[in-house]
Design a binder for this molecule. Structure first.
Ligand code: ACO
Length: 399
């Protein structure tokens, strides 16, 4: 048995570890990654099995509650989520106060933060029923907020959710339906989006999840913690990479620069230019999610009858990189973000929505990690050390 009281004491050993490359901050039973072998499992189940055999909500349940749901549990969960999709009318008006030019990720984090103001009576983090409510409300409302961020950016009227539709079709309709015409779900796109969302659902202690945990360690509620996680995801070195990949591919296309020349500029670290969507802190092998996304990209484009030059450029970049000493010696492979943008674009999402889609995918993981932390008797407020390198004591100049 673990002696909790002794573990809660400081060990007296301090390490300086920029980027927490070697420092663990928690135990977790949610997600397993072996970065050298390219293995990812949710609660023990291999990612390829989960991505092809489950729905987004089924995987959300698995991550949050630890086991696959029974049919009855899943039906109840789905029904509770459908009941909570509406936003308070006043919250809908929050979008009026934000500019059309706002990045949808800023809109998303602002609205999630604002959401907590409507439910202040339900924010007790130590009351299991309130934690359930926070869980269901976030899962139900984040996709609606995300779709409104999109509608706001393109200047179209917001639709109310249609709770007869599945989680994914409801979301697609809120984005692409209009007041004037009924939305016709496209099963190919629905299936592809469901798969992408599942692939993003959890990824252990990445920057945004660690942010959710750090904020949660102060006993802040789930809305506050996840709003902070959304902001952490926004950066181009993390979730923002999917938008940056598409911009990079588009720039290569528009400039007409040969792909090999672009790769040379990356290798020469010319003005910090990187091959976006490549490399990962944990994977030193092919990211297993990237393999599945690449397959989906081909399937979706083929079934839509779309030929996308950007996919050709991406595949050429990957081919060159996989054979080039710079990338091979640094173990840099495509990560989950490398091919996702091609699919989102084919679905009709603008690049600025790509990281928002990542956030919807990652939400169940953030919730599961927040709840695991909140139930962990070892939880204590996160508070890293520093190595002070400033002035020694000195006196203010005489005045
Ligand atoms: N293009 C070119 N060179 C790269 C890349 C890249 N994408 N990624 C890493 N390198 C190089 C670094 O310059 C460094 O080279 P050096 O040893 O000559 O200095 C070496 O590879 C090691 O890279 P680090 O930056 O130390 O690796 P770290 O683990 O800190 O960073 C990260 C990982 C941030 C993902 C990095 O690979 C990167 O910036 N990739 C591009 C952005 C991206 O795709 N992010 C999404 C990550 S997945 C996700 O968050 C969902």
């Amino acid at each position: 048995a673990i002696d909790i009281s002794s573990l809660k004491k400081q060990t007296g050993l301090n390490t300086l570890d920029y980027g927490f490359v070697n420092t663990g901050a928690t135990k977790s039973a949610i997600t397993y990654i072996d970065g050298d072998q390219g293995i990812l499992r949710y609660r023990g189940y291999p990612i390829d099995q989960v991505a092809s055999g489950c729905t987004y909500l089924e995987v959300a349940w698995l991550l949050i509650y630890g086991e696959l749901p029974t049919d009855e549990e899943l039906a109840g969960f789905d029904a509770r989520i459908r009941r909570h999709t509406l936003l308070h009318e006043d919250l809908r008006r929050l979008f009026d106060a934000l500019p059309h030019s706002a990045h949808p990720m800023s809109v998303l984090s602002s609205a999630v933060s604002a959401l907590s103001t409507y439910y202040e009576d339900d924010m007790d983090v130590d009351d299991p029923e309130k934690v359930e409510l926070q869980t269901v409300r976030l899962l139900a409302k984040l996709p609606v907020i995300a779709a409104y961020a999109h509608k706001k950016a393109i200047g179209q009227a917001f639709l109310y959710p249609d709770n007869k539709l599945s989680f994914v079709d409801n979301f697609l309709r809120l984005n692409f339906g209009t007041m004037a015409e009924p939305y016709e779900p496209n099963p190919v796109l629905s299936k592809a989006l469901e798969r992408l969302l599942i692939l993003h659902e959890d990824h252990e202690q990445n920057a945004s999840t660690s942010t959710v945990r750090l904020v949660g360690s102060t006993k802040a509620n789930m809305f506050a913690s996840i709003s902070a996680g959304i902001n952490a995801l926004y950066g181009p070195l993390h979730g923002g990479a999917n938008e940056a990949v598409l911009e990079m591919l588009q720039q290569i296309k528009d400039s007409g620069e040969p792909v090999s020349r672009f790769v040379e500029r990356v290798k020469n670290k010319e003005r910090g230019v990187k091959l976006m969507g490549f490399g990962h802190r944990v994977y030193k092998n092919y990211d297993p999610r990237a393999k599945l996304v690449k397959e989906s990209a081909h399937e979706v484009l083929q079934s839509l009858g779309v030929q996308d030059d950007l996919l050709d450029i991406a595949m050429e970049l990957e081919q060159i990189a996989l054979e080039d000493e710079y990338f091979v010696s640094r173990k840099l492979y495509p990560n989950v973000d490398f091919y996702t943008g091609i699919i989102y674009r084919a679905m009709g999402f603008p690049p600025r929505m790509f990281t928002v889609l990542f956030a919807i995918g990652r939400l169940p993981g953030w919730i599961a990690q927040w709840r695991e932390l909140n139930n962990d008797p070892l939880n204590k407020i996160g508070r890293p050390q520093q190595l002070y390198v400033g002035h020694p004591e000195r006196d203010l100049p005489a005045r």
